[in-house]
Design a protein around this ligand. Structure first.
Ligand code: APR
Length: 174
């Protein structure tokens, strides 16, 4: 039986977080943007964007579909890899929960492929993509707790108090 994955919650800036891999809430272009995507590219430097461009040129001509994940170098960040995943844009009309859950499970699958032992996630889709925090936290908690992965440590790095509080409620930690 694989050891249970250890999940911890932090308040902070994921670009300074120590983990083998940090997850980027990217867009399908993989060519950067605002929010955590902008912070990762700004602090990680050109090397990340260069590998993203190569991914676009080689495997993802049409862009990375929502729910999927790919890895690049972490450049100047204190991590070895950045795992870019594209969250779904929140929709009132359509239930995209499975796509959001896939961002977590696919990122873990990529992390396993790299041999990463620790992975840090932001609150994917809860910024520009407008997913309500409480619901996103519930989806993240269920996806991470049921995932079959060799990754030993998963950190959720929340940027503000509201996100931390929502994720604490979802993960049942005070
Ligand atoms: N560290 C940790 N979390 C962060 C950071 C950071 N440096 N910066 C922002 N966040 C948080 C936001 O507060 C939000 O809770 O990450 C969460 C996700 O927000 P976004 O970065 O806006 O990502 P998302 O909602 O998935 O939208 C993705 O935004 O930046 C563009 O290129 C990106 O088009 C894509 C879209």
């Amino acid at each position: 039986m694989a050891d249970r994955m250890r999940i911890q919650l932090f308040r902070g800036d994921i670009t300074g977080h120590r983990a083998d891999a940090i997850v980027n809430a990217a867009n399908s272009s993989l060519l950067g943007g605002g929010g955590v995507d902008g912070a990762i590219h700004r602090k990680g430097g050109e090397a990340i964007l260069e590998e993203c461009r190569e991914l676009r040129a080689s495997h993802y001509g049409g862009g990375l579909p929502a729910g999927q994940a790919v890895a690049t170098t972490a450049g100047k960040l204190p991590a070895r890899w950045v795992i870019h995943t594209v969250g779904p844009v929140y929709s009132e009309a359509e239930d995209r929960s499975a796509v959001l859950a896939s961002c977590f499970t696919e990122s873990l699958r990529v992390a396993d492929g790299l041999g990463a032992e620790s992975v840090a996630f932001p609150a994917i889709s809860t910024g520009v993509y407008r997913w309500p925090l409480e619901d996103a936290a519930r989806i993240a908690a269920r996806a991470l707790r049921t995932a079959e992965a060799r990754v030993a440590r998963v950190d959720l790095v929340l940027f503000d108090e509201a996100a931390l509080a929502a994720f604490r409620r979802a993960f049942g930690t005070t």
